[in-house]
Write a protein that binds this ligand. Structure first.
Ligand SMILES: [Zn+2]
Length: 334
């Protein structure tokens, strides 16, 4: 009887916020790596679990030093929708469904609807979050890289009358593994913009690259020389710049990259971000880079490019978006 009253009291007053007390020796040993969100102390204990509306029970912690309670940010902290719903939306978006299309799909499956603006914000948030992790991964690629740019006409605002602006998506891909090592959506294709892309290629592939193939655009030559430098002992540049000036009419320029560009073009033409700011368009394309490398199986290599270029990275679950978000959040170095 007393127990019953306690349960009723508990339900009425706390509405399920406080449920399970689970302070055990075993769970405390697992917490060595967990640190307080406020003071970074590891002198913490597991506290109660908090019940959330859309994300089930979330473990709370108590810091013995600063006497504060906190939860671990698993990448979905304070999000009002489940990780499944969010990652599903991001995936559909990169498979070519518009944000409104995704919203229509969600309305069919979930009791609480999400607006197309929420879908758009999830795409930006998680593309940026995952990219922070994937952009630092070291890659194993062939000795050649192809760098090219694709032209976009971005609407300056959602109001069509303000006109469009010419922008570029600059990217570097390894023809052997099909891995897209670096990409940037920028206002122009000058030395400054190309340098960002080439620099990341160098950072992530070290001295594996021996040949960089580009089209005849002037800005490439100096940028490549500047980033890769000159070898004083061998009296030559550290990479060969293979400037491909064969006209596109002949049909043998940059096959791989042309194919990539065609699929990028097909996928991105419906994306709303290209009606917004450059920063949003860039974030959306970072997400596309993730989709291209980690999510989408390439027919010619029969796997995802990351499986060849980053063999150490094992993504075991079916929901790779979710797994990448977890990796990005743990900041795990591979
Ligand atoms: Zn603390």
């Amino acid at each position: 009887m007393l127990l019953f009253i306690v349960i009723l009291y508990d339900r009425k007053v706390y509405k399920g916020h406080i449920t399970i007390y689970s302070i055990t020796i075993q769970s405390n040993t697992q917490m060595e790596t967990i640190k307080c969100r406020f003071c970074e102390s590891s002198n913490i204990i597991k506290w109660t679990k908090r019940k959330t509306l859309n994300r089930g029970f979330i473990q709370r912690y108590f810091c013995k030093d600063c006497k504060k309670y906190f939860v671990i940010d698993d990448g979905f902290f304070r999000m009002r929708n489940s990780p499944q719903k969010i990652t599903q939306s991001v995936d559909l978006f990169y498979r070519g469904i518009s944000t409104r299309g995704v919203q229509g799909h969600l309305a069919m499956l979930f009791p609480h609807n999400a607006s197309n603006v929420s879908v758009y914000n999830w795409v930006l948030k998680y593309a940026k979050l995952i990219h922070k992790f994937t952009s630092k991964l070291k890659v194993m690629v062939g000795s050649e890289i192809e760098v090219d740019e694709i032209e976009y006409h971005r609407r300056k605002s959602s109001k069509a009358k303000l006109g469009t602006e010419k922008n570029f998506f600059i990217d570097g891909i390894c023809p052997q593994t099909k891995f897209l090592i670096s990409s940037e959506y920028s206002q122009s294709r000058g030395i400054k913009e190309i340098k960002v892309v080439i620099q990341r290629i160098k950072e992530n592939s070290g001295n594996q690259i021996k040949i960089i193939t580009t089209d005849g655009w002037n800005a490439y030559e100096n940028t490549i020389k500047k980033v890769y430098g000159y070898n004083n002992k061998l009296l030559k540049f550290n990479v060969i710049h293979n400037k491909n000036i064969i006209s596109e009419k002949d049909g043998n320029f940059n096959h791989q990259i042309e194919r990539l560009h065609n699929s990028v073009r097909a996928r991105t033409k419906v994306m709303r971000g290209f009606h917004g700011s450059i920063a949003s368009a860039n974030a959306i394309m970072k997400g596309y880079e993730i989709y291209y490398n980690f999510i989408n199986k390439q027919q010619t290599i029969k796997c995802c490019p990351y499986e060849l270029a980053i063999p150490n990275l094992k993504l075991n679950s079916n929901n790779k978006w979710l797994e990448l978000i977890q990796y990005a959040n743990q900041n795990k170095i591979i």
